[in-house]
Design a protein around this ligand. Structure first.
Ligand code: R5P
Length: 298
C-alpha cells in the first residue's frame, strides 16, 4: 500500500502513515503565478493500491482541485486502486435543494470524485445519514462518537445531559447517549434564515442538567454552538461542553467560542486547524488510529 497526502491535512496523514509503518509518497504540488495548481506523482505507482488523504475545511475549492489533480495523476500513472480518505467531505451540507434554482453541490463533488477512478471512500460523521447512498462506489462511514464517549467518561459529571443543537442531530446525540450508559439527551429547536445563514431563534426541548455536553457534526461559524450555550446557561446549566467531529472554525468562530458560555470545545483532527484558529478552550483528539485500523483491514 502507498499513501499520499494533499496539502490540507499533512499532520493527520503523518500520524496515519506512522501507524501503518509507511512513508508518505512523493507528490510534486506546485502553483502557477495565476494560482492554477500543477500536480505530479514522483513515485512508481503502476499496479499499486494507493491511499490519498485529503480533507477540506475553510478552503474547500482549493483542496478539492488539488485532490482532483492528485487522483488523476495516480490513475494516469497506473495505480491499481485508489482509496480516498476524506475525513471531512466538504460541500456535504449542500446535499439537496433548499431554495428553488440551487445546485446540489455535493452531487457535483461526488460525480467528479467517482469519474476520477476512486475505488473506495473513507469518511467521518456525515451531516446526513443519507449521504453514503449518493455514491456509486463503496463508502466506509466512520464516527468519532465512540471517542467522544471515552472523553465524557473521563469527565466525572454527576447531572449531565447530552444536547443536540438542532433537530437534525438527534440521532447523533442518541448514539452517544447509548455509549454513555443511556445518559439523558435533549435537543434544541434552531431556526436559521436560509438566505443569510444566521440563526434567528433557538428553544430547548427537554430538561437541562447541571452540566451539558453539546454534540454536533461540524462547527463552521460557531453560531450554532454559541446560541446553544446561551440558551443552556439561561436555563440554569452551570457547565457546558461541546464536541464536534469537524472543526472548520470559519471567520471569527474561534474568537466567538472562546468568549462564549462554553467551557471546552473538543474536536477531532479531521480538519487541520492552523495556529491562527487555535483558541484556549479548544481540545483535539485524533482520528489517525481509527483510519489506520480501517486501512489495515481493507
Ligand atoms: C447543522 O445542521 C449542522 O449540524 C451544524 O450545527 C452547523 O452546520 C454548524 O454551523 P455553524 O457553526 O456555522 O453554526
Amino acid at each position: 500500500m502507498l499513501i499520499f497526502s494533499g496539502n490540507s491535512n499533512l499532520p493527520l496523514t503523518k500520524k496515519i502513515a506512522e501507524s501503518l509503518g509507511l512513508e508518505i509518497g512523493n507528490l510534486e504540488i506546485t502553483t502557477f503565478a495565476d494560482n492554477e495548481n500543477r500536480v505530479r506523482v514522483k513515485d512508481r505507482v503502476v499496479g499499486e493500491d494507493c491511499v490519498v488523504v485529503q480533507s477540506t475545511g475553510v478552503s474547500p475549492n482549493l483542496y478539492y482541485i488539488e485532490l482532483f489533480l492528485i487522483l488523476d495523476s495516480l490513475k494516469r500513472s497506473g495505480a491499481k486502486s485508489i482509496t480516498l480518505v476524506i475525513p471531512y467531505l466538504g460541500y456535504q451540507r449542500q446535499d439537496h435543494i433548499f431554495r428553488d434554482g440551487e445546485a446540489v453541490s455535493l452531487e457535483v463533488i461526488i460525480k467528479i470524485i467517482e469519474s476520477l477512478g476512486v475505488s473506495k471512500i473513507i469518511s467521518f460523521d456525515f451531516h446526513s445519514i443519507k449521504i453514503p447512498e449518493l455514491f456509486q462506489i463503496p463508502v466506509t462511514h466512520l464516527s468519532a462518537i465512540p471517542l467522544f464517549a471515552g472523553e465524557i467518561k473521563k469527565m466525572n459529571l454527576d447531572d449531565a445531559v447530552l444536547v443536540s443543537p438542532d433537530m437534525g442531530g438527534i440521532a447523533r446525540a442518541q448514539k452517544l447517549s447509548e455509549l454513555c450508559g443511556n445518559m439523558p439527551f435533549i435537543s434544541i429547536v434552531k431556526n436559521r434564515d436560509l438566505n443569510t445563514g444566521r440563526i434567528e431563534s433557538a428553544t430547548i426541548n427537554g430538561r437541562v442538567g447541571k452540566q451539558a455536553i453539546i454534540v454536533d457534526d461540524v462547527i463552521s461559524t460557531g453560531e450554532t454552538l454559541v446560541a446553544a450555550g446561551d440558551i443552556l446557561a439561561k436555563n440554569g446549566c452551570e457547565k457546558i461542553f461541546a464536541m464536534a467531529t469537524h472543526g472548520i472554525f470559519a471567520g471569527k468562530a474561534s474568537e466567538k467560542l472562546q468568549n462564549s458560555n462554553i467551557e471546552k470545545v473538543i474536536v477531532t483532527d479531521a480538519i487541520n486547524i492552523p495556529k491562527n484558529r487555535v483558541f484556549e478552550k479548544l481540545e483535539l483528539i485524533s482520528l489517525a488510529e481509527l483510519i489506520a485500523k480501517e486501512l489495515r483491514n481493507k
